[in-house]
Design a protein around this ligand. Structure first.
Ligand code: SAM
Length: 198
């Protein structure tokens, strides 16, 4: 079995055992609502059951939601139907399929890291398009997240992965200060692809 076939079946198994509640958006994404477009096309990459995709569709965006797990996408489709939302789901192995250049006004990546996708993700934004990227860091203040360091961000790494974007917001709070507050265990970058003339 190839590595990605095993990824697919592992994630399918994870989602098969998940409680069938309505998927919720990530609180950090909701907190940057004012930076996000309210119309146009959005892509939720490695969307899982699509709490973020559903929230974006309810805000008026045309949403594409890609994931390797067919089980997760089936659950997302069912949730969208209950709310009368339209989400264009696509079963994709991101090791084999890249997002098209200049196609999305907003790309959301939450709790997924494949460093080789950083360039294609930046290029997949329209001019003025927004990237929301949040995922787990090597520095943790509580247990959780992937064990494999390949899937964990180094300090400030999101800044180096997306050097062509104008940074609107960046969090990497590590273990500084009162660790019972703030965004811990994860780093977040919201960036904008500026127009070529600016
Ligand atoms: C930790 S989950 C995050 C899901 C969602 N973004 C969220 O925050 O709830 C990681 C997701 O990445 C997906 N994934 C893993 N490898 C993938 C690949 N090669 N291509 C596409 N999706 C993949 C998994 O199926 C899983 O849904």
């Amino acid at each position: 079995m190839s590595r990605n076939e095993s990824d697919e079946s592992r994630w399918d198994r994870t989602y098969s055992g998940r409680p069938k509640d309505y998927p919720q958006p990530d609180p950090t994404l909701v907190s940057v609502d004012h930076l996000l477009p309210t119309q146009g096309r959005a892509l939720d990459l490695a969307c899982g059951v699509g709490g973020n995709a559903l929230w974006l569709a309810a805000r008026g965006l045309k949403v594409d939601a890609w994931d390797i797990s067919g089980v997760a996408l089936t659950q997302l489709t069912a949730a969208a139907r209950t709310k009368g939302l339209e989400i264009n789901t696509r079963k994709v192995d991101l090791n084999q399929t890249l997002p098209a250049a200049g196609a999305w006004d907003l790309i959301v990546v939450n709790r997924f890291l494949d460093r080789s996708l950083a360039g294609p993700i930046s290029a997949a934004l329209t001019e003025g398009g927004i990237l929301f990227y949040q995922t787990f860091t090597r520095e943790r203040v509580v247990p959780g997240g992937p064990g494999n360091p390949d899937f964990l961000l180094r300090p400030n790494e999101l800044l180096t992965l997306f050097p062509t974007l104008h940074v609107l917001l960046f969090h990497d709070e590590a273990a500084v200060g009162d660790t019972s507050r703030g965004l811990r265990n994860q780093s977040c970058l919201v960036g904008c692809r500026m127009s070529l003339s600016s």
